[in-house]
Design a binder for this molecule. Structure first.
Ligand code: NDP
Length: 303
């Protein structure tokens, strides 16, 4: 099989970091970040991004870049739109011209969070905030370009690298006697490593079957609230012998309205992943398994 040329944008983000690992066995990966020296990876520089793609001529472009600061996006909508919608669309246009495939990530925030059923790929979208609206516009631009693509909507991403909700809860549980955590937003915590591994599987499939692609939901299996997620993290750490200050009964479940934020979040972030599992013969693991693995590594590194 011919070695494929993969251009990865956003190599230092949670997902991008794991993609550097998971894509490596598939071919030649050129991984860029926003301030690279040799090639432009800055999504605010459209000309630079186009020049990069034309110089590299990749078979596959994987973009893990996004303006992910959901609250900040409310006050800088033009920047969020440039990074989440306009540049991804330009990349898709270049991919179309080259015959390359584009892998792009999107979000549960394209939905309004109503009801309590898991959203499917064909359900109507209605984002509640600027981040969700710009991500949705990016999806639409990529689809309209006519390039071969995978758009993978995911949710509640955590990575071993950098800050994440589990690490924050662990720190707070060591410092505070009482915690209040939201229990009316429901979703599936999803490891950046799982997203990257599934992406590699899809890229491999692409190299074998050129007509594959489309919009898919990709999360870990099962569901929980932020409160349930926090409980899992703190219970696990306590059992593992970590010094935890907060008692089991002092992790209080509160509604979203307790914490006022600039951006409204959807309550129902459940994504139905059956299309992905069916089309690619995958079994997505329960959310607890990835979180437990990350915690095991985290706690071991602190001992
Ligand atoms: P991160 O916030 O961890 O990383 C975002 C990446 O975007 C960083 O590598 C950052 O690079 C890059 N970036 C930001 N601005 C620019 C810019 N102007 N030019 C180039 N790169 C830029 O994101 P995740 O890994 O968590 O997210 C990956 C994908 O998953 C995104 O598409 C996101 O929308 C989606 N997603 C994420 C969720 C989450 O909970 N985090 C939930 C649902 C979907 P640098 O550091 O070099 O600036």
């Amino acid at each position: 099989m011919k070695s494929i040329k993969i251009l990865l944008f956003g190599k230092n983000g949670q997902v991008g970091w794991e993609l550097q690992r998971s894509l490596a066995p598939l071919g030649n990966v050129l991984a860029l970040h926003s301030s690279g020296a040799d090639f432009c990876g800055d999504f605010t520089n459209a000309d630079g991004i186009i020049k990069t793609i034309r110089a590299i001529m990749p078979d596959v472009i994987v973009s893990a870049v996004a303006h992910t600061a959901v609250d900040k996006a409310q006050s800088e909508p033009e920047l969020a739109r440039l990074i989440n919608a306009i540049t991804p669309t330009l990349i898709a246009d270049e991919a179309k011209k080259l015959g390359a495939c584009l892998v792009h990530y999107s979000t549960d925030y394209v939905f309004d969070g109503s009801g309590n059923q898991a959203w499917t790929e064909t359900d109507a979208t209605a984002p509640l905030n600027v981040y969700g609206a710009t991500k949705l516009e990016g999806e639409a631009g990529i689809i309209a370009s006519g390039c071969r693509h995978f758009i993978l909507r995911t949710s509640w991403v955590y990575g071993a690298r950098g800050a994440n909700f589990a690490k924050t809860m662990l720190r707070l549980a060591k410092e505070q006697a009482v915690l209040r955590v939201i229990d009316d937003q429901i979703g599936a915590p999803t490891g950046a490593d799982l997203i990257a591994d599934v992406t590699a599987h899809l890229v491999y499939k692409l190299s074998q079957q050129r007509d594959t692609g489309g919009l898919y939901h990709l999360t870990a299996s099962g569901e929980t609230s932020w409160h349930g997620y926090a409980r899992h993290v703190i219970d696990f750490a306590r059992e593992a012998g970590a010094e935890i200050k907060v008692s089991e009964n002092s992790i209080h479940a509160v509604p979203s309205s307790t914490f006022l934020t600039p951006a409204q979040r959807p309550l129902n972030s459940r994504l139905d992943t059956s299309k992905l599992q069916r089309d690619f013969g995958l079994t997505l693991p329960a959310w607890q398994s990835g979180v437990t693995r990350m915690l095991t590594e985290l706690l071991a590194s602190h001992n």
